[in-house]
Ligand binder design. Sequence first.
Ligand code: MRU
Length: 347
Amino acid sequence: MIIPVKWSDEGVLMLDQRLLPTEEKWLTLRTYDDVADGIRDMVVRGAPAIGVSAAYGIALGIKQFVGTNVDDLSEDLDYICEVLGRTRPTAVNLFWAIARMKETFARAKDSGKTISEIKEIMIADSKAIHDEDIAAQALIAKFGGELIADNSTVLTHCNAGALATGGVWGTALGVIRGAIAQGKKISVIADETRPYLQGARLTAWELLQDNIPVTLITDNMSGHMMKQGKVHAVVVGADRIAANGDAANKIGTYMVAVLAKRHSIPFYVAAPLSTIDMNCPTGEQIPIEERNIREITHMKEIQLAPDGISVENPAFDVTPNDLIAGIITEKGVARSPFSESLKKMFE
Ligand code: MRU
């Protein structure tokens, strides 16, 4: 059972996903700043896992407050949230977790809790956010598993597994694990997912751990696989889903969605409600992270491109709602028109 981030009395424990699949190393992050660095530098990555890590970072920062004035603690909270909020812009789970922890703090403060009581309440709520994420994935696995036919091959892009969430199931990989738990025979085709190789390094590693048949391909092979009839469904995760159903996910997902449409293959997005941003009307408004171009020009120390080449490195793209067959959440599967079906999920 994979749990990529944990709370401990020493600090926040994070499995260093930069070193996978060849090395399993745990880092103990002792300050909220370290947690922020862990998110920014992708020690931990994946929208729900970023949310859980941010919640733990906030709880850690609050726990380390040494003052006696609750208003000073409140100021510290704002600063801690600002630092964590600046790490990565696209995954809305980060901002969802920050807002949730701020609400919890305000309720505790307004009800006259002491500083030590507030510390306990914040730690407890960060753990609750983690538990709720895992519980949501189990439901996504159930509802999603029911959509996948026996003897199917599912293509997935990036890593939306246990490593990318609070752990255990994952979202897109949760759907695959859910179908298998329902007794179905499922195999997976995993896009390597350049430039950071979350598919080759993380999805392949996770599925091999679970003895789930997986075949690795380069991203530019997915069209060929579909044309040969080797793909029966596509399931991916999401970093932010707009109120109209447009979904942001790892760069390359949009391309896979267009190909799936061309070959009449159902394209599903699996994500918890914490990834749905009802304040974001369409995909146009989703901020897309631009990452360091060295992720493209170099593979670790090996230089791949000539010096001075101009490079772009958007980390995510947006799949428009008309290419999505269903959005699988812990409340069930939302279908088009998504502006209505997603709203219902929050009622
Ligand atoms: O840059 P990353 O590795 O954080 O991107 C992750 C993805 O795009 C995932 O598919 C998404 O966050 C969903 S994780 C359940």
